[in-house]
Every structure is written in structure tokens, then in C-alpha cells.
Ligand binder design. Sequence first.
Ligand code: AMP
Length: 299
Amino acid sequence: MESSAVTSASARVVTTPAEMHRVADEIRAAGLTIGFVPTMGYLHDGHLQLLRKARELADVVILSIFVNPTQFSANEDLGAYPRDFERDKALAEAEGTQIIYNPSPESMYPEGFQTQVNLPGMTNVLCGVSRPHHFPGVAQVCAKLFNAVKPHFAVFGLKDFQQYLVVTQMVKDLDMDLKVVGIPIVREKDGLAMSSRNVYMTPAEREQAVVLNQSIKLAEKAVAEGERDAARLLDLVRGHIATAPAADIDYVEIRSIPGLATVEGRIEKPVLLAMAVKFGKARLLDNTVLLREQPNANV
Ligand code: AMP
């Protein structure tokens, strides 16, 4: 079935929630399914993998590019966040993306905007400790984007594992009619997780940032060899990261899945090993699931 909203090879750019509603309604009325990839733009291969997954799952792929102000604190990098809309559009079109939703902050948060979305138990831990506004802002914007885009599937990267769990929980709690799909972390050749923020690093910091993935591999190897003690695994990981002089650890933790409770003592079932480490201006995330039954399986 065809919809006039999606027939052209170049992507249609939608800039307001009202227009997005109309386009989504038209697609759904034509009997087509929508796969949605929310991003802040400055696309890299990780984002392109999400678009590929969305295309595999649905008839119409909608990419959103929106640097959401409500998930940044005043002292963070909202103004400096890298942007290149034309390049993003060309990359997304090459992946078969039919619609790009690129709303302005004013259309998303007009004067008088009130509604907050919070999941206190999951948003005050890990990244939520040093970034208290972050996950309430992410949950808020995802709720708005889902309402406007009306997707059947929303595809998220497991690089932001906590975000994936928060969004999944919100969708469940609020009876949102869509499926949240997670895809494995996409990495550079040397193992660094791809991120739009990697461009903030100096060449020396970039070289040292490889310790994150190395430390994860050390933990995975230790677990494969029988290590089950959470404290010893954390020591191993922190010790390796500390070999990089530029590394400034925000946190390295082992937490339960999906509740993100602290894990102490022996690990007995799949747990999240997650870290945030600053290298100069870049705050980098990485993670793995230890004791995962199938390596690289989608969660
Ligand atoms: P961002 O634009 O950085 O907010 O990310 C948009 C989406 O892309 C989120 O679902 C991220 O988890 C995902 N993503 C970013 N980097 C990667 C990566 N290296 N591998 C997989 N997914 C990623």
C-alpha cells in the first residue's frame, strides 16, 4: 500500500507536532506501520543501525532530530552539541528514511508548558546522580515524540542502557501502544562506543578512551573464567580505566536489570555493568550485560 506522505525518495521534513500528527494519521490510515528512531542528530553509524532496524521492522521509517533542551542542565553542552542537519538528512535518506521530524524547541515547549514525566526509582541512579534533569527530560520528550509520531516500533541503542530501560518502563506504565526495541552498541574499530560527543575529545584523549571497552572485555573475560564477585569485578574495571591519565570516572557500577538496584556480593544472573567516564570535555558511556545468556542478543 502507498501513502502520499511517503512516496518521494527524498525525505519529507516535518517541523511541528501538529503536522507530525497529520502525517502519522495519514500513514496509519493507509494501513502502513511506523518504525521510529529518536535522536539528537549528528548521525554516526550507531544511528544508522537503528534506522536499518526500523526499516526491517516497519513500512515507514521516521527519524527525529531534536536536541531536547529539557534533558540538559544549565552547565551542560546544549549550545555546543554538534549539529549538521543537511548531512544528517542525506545519511538518513541513504538508509531509506521517509520522514524526518525536526521540530523547533518553541513548537515542542510553547509558553505555559507544564507536564513533567518522572520515574524516580530509575532516574536517580547511574547517570541520574550527576545529571538529575536528564532522564525526566528524556522521558518527557519521548512521551511527546511518541504521541506525535504514533510509532508501532521505537528503536533505541543499548549504549544508553539506562535510557532504554527508562523508556521501556514508561511505555509500560503509561499503556503506550508501541514496542520499544534495543540494538547492541555500535563501536569504532578500536572498540570505542560511537557517540556524537566523541568529537569533543583531543587526539590524546581519544586514544586513551579505548580503556573503557578494554575494561569491559576484562570483566567479561573474568566472568567467563568463573569470577562472580561484584566488588572484585568493579576493582578490575576501575583499575584498568585508571591506567589512562585523562580518565575521570563519574561512575562504574553493577546494577540489576531491569530495576537498576545495587548488586553486591555474588552475581548470579544477568546484570548491567555500566560506566560514565569523562575524557576532557567528553563524558563517555559504555556498558555490557554480564552473565548474558546469548552474547550480542537484543535485550
Ligand atoms: P543520541 O542522538 O546520541 O541521543 O542517540 C540517539 C539514539 O542512538 C539512542 O537510542 C542511542 O542509544 C543510540 N545510539 C547512540 N550511539 C550509539 C551506538 N554507538 N550504538 C548504538 N546505538 C547508539
